[in-house]
Write a new protein. Structure first.
Lengths: 494, 320
């Protein structure tokens, strides 16, 4: 961080907050009139009691803690990888427990429906036969894996670990922005953010009843263990990583360590002619029961997918289909990541669960439908356009921020491949007070990624990873593009 | 159970640390020795090219084995895989990929050391700065080894670090004895020539054993006694015998150790049965060559047993 100049550090935080403008967007902590929201009163009272020098000291303490814990993320640049300090803002985001309960129910409902959908798609395809889900969408899905048709993973769970991105619009409504069912990342940062905040604001943990998040690794392990095809007290669970050059390697090694599972690479594993998976250890070959894989489908098994892949394990799909090893998430689960599928989720909830969706989708226009596409083309400048199968915020158009050339480029992209694009109205993401490099406190846009575990039962993290766009006015929260994060507190109503 | 890949990484990390340390130490003592000796007796620089790595390739790149060329090649030449700088780079690389197991300080120190050694390479190549440069590397390697011993859990992964250290130190000792002692003994059949004393001391110094030798061996520094000490002493951490005992101790802590133990038994018998007085008269080079081969077999046995696990036959290898 840049060090704020001396006069930026003198004075009180109360003065800083006095000029905070919460009238333009929905602010998570402060009302448009500038008063703290009910659940944020204690936090803001505490912040006001500090002077700026002290607030700056807390921020420094957080950075020391992050360095000491070695919390990093990896950036690719020009063929080399640099580990950067995880960008973190010390002012937490708070959600009242009452509101959270409803969100939790909604997330469970959603992932349940998505799991039923994936199982159906690789099974009977009732949803297509019943004309709820168009066959042509399935045919055009980049993440549909014909190799998975007919497979029956344990408990028929496909998406064991989901990360659903939630955003709050101007009127305070929480929407689901997207579902990540392939290899969602970020949960380690959620856990580490809490550890850092406990060091930085220990006194607030006495005043607030903040729901703990650190049971996640145990729950993850239990869920994974419950998938084991061999009945055993302590099945062999491993985390499969592409290796140290992957941007999420920190998380892979962190979760393995926290779960007491072995962190393996593809070359550590081998599949025998009876379709069992083993890892090579100094004691010999040891059979593996459950693989929490953090490698994309297409690199999992060179026998079935990309034959050039050196990251995967030849024969892994054989072993999985034979039921000798469990893979989380199951290969092919990403079919529901498709942003066109996303548009159908409310329908899918009604179809599979016979219930109304608890959480709304962002209104979504499918460019594959002629009338909707026409509307999108006419309102391009007001919309966010997304390709159906990208993640990490790549290949997007944010209409209101786009140049004429970009708008033109996207119009022609959509015309060429309408199936591959969806459009949504530009939401004004909610904000949270954030300490800037200049030493001021300003509103910055946030989203929220809770993680949902599905096994014999389902579990939602208490809160999740709040990502914040640190650049003024920016809506991009990805850490590779100027995003940071905040601790997220679910607090009991006092 | 420890992954084979992780075990191999730890083993090599330790080997490279020792290789950087051993080569630096040798270059310091050799530089000192050259200053002490008249040109007619001087061992020159070419003899150093028999060190680990691929020194044979030296003459592909250089015409003459001058001080400048040899030192450039052994300290900082990217084309020599055994150079000090390359060893540090490989030690760092291995520490980097095993960060979950090695203490954080080990990675940080190796990372700093490599960056520093690269930046200051030209100081190290200049006569004036050579001692300080190499000495810094020797000191830093000791610091890394200290962190490993002081903070890393002394369980299975640690045994692989230890085995890497001991195999490399033994290998280095055999090569240095071959390079120096062989030339030193020459045709003189035990008769002490002027400057022999200085040269034997240099051998002991290169092997970090001069002080130990002085305390434990009460004869004048001369051929057979030095040879006997460096091969057979049980307590000096740079003697071949000590290193083999240590590898054997590590192996006894590990599963499936039959084959490596057999290989080590062979090397130990060779040393135990060696007639050092006879060897100083004839056959030393052949003996050391054979010992070097025995150490290579030990490495290959470790590799085959623990690192390169082949997937067949299933029934005999599956342990669970």
């Amino acid at each position: 961080m840049t060090v704020p100049s001396k006069d930026h550090r003198s004075g009180s935080v109360a003065e800083l907050l006095a000029t905070y403008d919460a009238s333009k967007f929905y602010d998570e902590l402060i009302t448009p009139a500038g008063r703290p929201r009910k659940h944020a009163r204690i936090l803001l009272r505490h912040l006001r009691s500090l002077d700026r020098e002290e607030l700056y000291g807390r921020r420094q303490a957080a950075e020391f803690a992050i360095d000491a814990m070695g919390i990093t993320f990896t950036v690719y640049s020009e063929g080399s990888n640099i580990d950067r300090r995880w960008p973190f803002d010390i002012i937490p985001r708070i959600i009242p427990a009452k509101e959270w309960e409803r969100l939790e129910e909604g997330l469970k409902q959603r992932t349940l429906a998505l799991n039923l959908f994936i199982a159906d798609i690789y099974g009977e395809q009732r949803v297509v036969k019943d004309k709820v889900f168009p066959a042509e969408v399935l045919a055009g899905s980049k993440n549909f894996r014909p190799q998975c048709v007919g497979a029956t993973p344990p408990l028929d769970v496909w998406a064991h670990i989901c990360g659903c991105d939630l955003v709050r619009d101007r009127d305070g409504t929480m929407y689901v922005l997207e579902d990540n069912l392939r290899v969602p990342s970020g949960v380690s940062y959620m856990l580490e953010n809490r550890l850092v905040t406990k060091r930085v604001f220990p006194e607030l943990f006495e005043d607030y009843a903040i729901q703990p998040v650190d049971d996640y690794p145990n729950r993850l392990f239990d869920m994974l263990a419950s998938m084991s095809p061999r009945p055993a007290d302590y099945p062999t669970v491993v985390v499969l990583t592409p290796g140290i050059y992957n941007s999420a390697y920190f998380e892979h090694s962190y979760l393995a360590q926290q779960m007491g599972a072995e962190l393996v690479e593809g070359r550590d594993l081998v599949v025998d002619d009876e379709d069992r998976v083993f890892m090579r250890t100094i004691g010999g070959l040891e059979q593996v029961d459950v693989i929490y894989r953090r490698i994309d489908d297409l690199f999992l098994d060179p026998e079935v997918f990309n034959p050039e892949s050196l990251l995967g394990v030849p024969g892994l799909m054989r072993a999985w289909r034979a039921g000798n090893v469990a893979l989380a998430n199951a290969p092919g689960a990403g079919v529901a990541d498709d942003k066109v599928v996303y548009a159908f989720v409310p329908e899918l909830i009604r179809y599979y669960l016979d219930a109304e969706p608890i959480l709304p989708n962002v209104p979504t226009y499918l460019c594959m439908r002629e009338d909707e596409c026409k509307y999108v083309m006419e309102h391009l400048q007001e919309m966010v356009v997304k390709p159906a199968n990208e993640s990490g915020g790549y290949g997007m158009l944010i209409g209101p921020h786009a140049s004429k050339t970009e708008l033109k480029k996207f119009a022609s992209l959509i015309r060429k491949d309408p199936r591959n694009y969806i459009a949504q109205p530009t939401l004004t993401l909610s904000t949270v007070p954030t300490l800037t490099d200049e030493g001021t406190i300003e509103p910055r846009h946030v989203d929220l990624r809770p993680f949902i575990l599905t096994g014999p039962s389902s579990h939602v993290t208490r809160g999740g990873l709040t990502r914040v766009a640190l650049n003024k006015g920016s809506l991009v929260v990805n850490s590779s593009q100027g995003g940071g994060s905040k601790d997220t507190w679910i607090v009991e109503d006092s | 159970m420890l992954l084979s890949r992780t075990a191999e990484i730890l083993y090599w990390m330790a080997r490279y640390i020792e290789r950087a340390d051993g080569t630096s130490r040798l270059l310091i003592t050799h530089s000192d020795l050259v200053l002490d000796l008249p040109a007619a007796v001087s061992p020159g620089w070419e003899s150093l090219l028999a060190l680990p790595g691929e020194p044979e390739s030296f003459f592909q790149y250089f015409e003459e084995a001058t001080e400048r060329n040899v030192l450039r090649f052994l300290i900082g030449d990217a084309r020599n895989p055994g150079s000090v700088l390359n060893s540090l780079r490989m030690a760092r690389e291995n520490a980097r990929i095993s960060r979950a197991i090695v203490p954080r300080e080990v990675w940080e120190k190796l990372n700093d050391l490599w960056a520093w050694a690269r930046t200051c390479l030209n100081d190290g190549l200049a006569r004036k700065g050579r001692y300080a440069y190499l000495n810094e590397i020797v000191g830093s390697c000791a610091e890394v080894v200290g962190y490993i011993h002081g903070t890393m859990s002394h369980d299975t992964p640690f045994e692989f670090v230890q085995m890497g250290r001991n195999v490399e130190v033994a290998d280095m000792a055999v090569r240095i004895l071959d390079v120096r002692a062989h030339g030193l003994l020459g045709e003189s059949s035990g008769e002490l020539r002027p400057y022999d004393d200085i040269q034997w001391k240099a051998v002991l110094r290169a092997l970090a054993s001069f002080q130990n030798y002085r305390r434990h061996v009460h004869v004048r520094v001369k051929g057979a006694a030095v040879l006997g000490y460096m091969l057979q002493d049980e307590h000096s951490p740079h003697s071949v015998g000590y290193c083999l005992d240590a590898v054997e101790r590590s192996l006894r802590m590990l599963p499936r150790n039959e084959d490596p133990l057999r290989t080590i038994g062979h090397a130990k018998r060779m040393i135990r049965d060696a007639d050092v007085y006879g060897l100083t008269r004839s056959g030393l080079h052949d003996f050391l060559e054979e010992l070097s081969t025995a150490l290579a077999s030990l490495h290959e046995s470790l590799q085959a047993t623990y690192f390169l696990l082949e997937p067949t036959p299933w029934h005999s290898l599956a342990t669970t």
